[in-house]
Design a protein around this ligand. Sequence first.
Ligand code: HEM
Length: 209
Amino acid sequence: MDAHTHILQYLRWIHFMAGITWIGLLYFFNVVNGHFQAALDADTRTKVVPELMPRALWWFRWGAMVTLISGLLYIFWSKWITTWGQPGMGGFFGSQGLWSSSWGGWITLGSSFGIIMWFNVWFIIWPAQKKIITWTKAGQSPPERAKLASRATKTSRVNTYLSVPLLFAMGGASHFATFGWLSAILVVLVGFIIVWVFVSVAKNVGTKV
Ligand code: HEM
């Protein structure tokens, strides 16, 4: 087995672990934590939020970072480095390049969603949450708080919608060689419906033991 195969497998391993950490917490925030926090009284929330959220958001945002870096490195390694010095083979359009296979179609779809989600985590959700946690800790509720909280929640919900088609695309790349525009659109639509159902039932699911 050559060195490239080893390197790609280690990148893939890191990628799954980080991706699971990130998306697992995203689902926790969207189907559990929002309803849980809404059920707490203000005093309890002041105690719980500063303990829970900084920890959860640390794993969340660094999970997103490691997922993105390992995924992009995988693409770069498999399509540029392994075909180094062989003109016309790798890159975007080479005979074994990114966009010459169904693999590349699914990976392009999945990674585009992943890059949007990563941006949302680092530049919208985390900056908003940082302020919200600080205010909660200090027992403050400035007027811009509600707007910021709603922005963070909506963006987190957008990421949840994008994550389900993303997962189909990631898993489909190596195991479902059917990429085409119609299949991509169908996967996105079905993914959105799945999330809509999960999010709609989440408020009442698991409330009784
Ligand atoms: C953020 C941008 C992302 C990029 C650039 C990216 C890139 C990639 C690439 C290149 C592969 C192909 C590996 C192979 O062919 O074996 C892959 C596979 C995979 N990715 Fe991602 N990915 C991203 C986000 C995610 C996220 C958020 C998850 C969530 C868990 C994820 C989970 C997976 C899984 C499970 C596979 C396995 C495919 C298989 O071999 O069955 N990826 N990803």
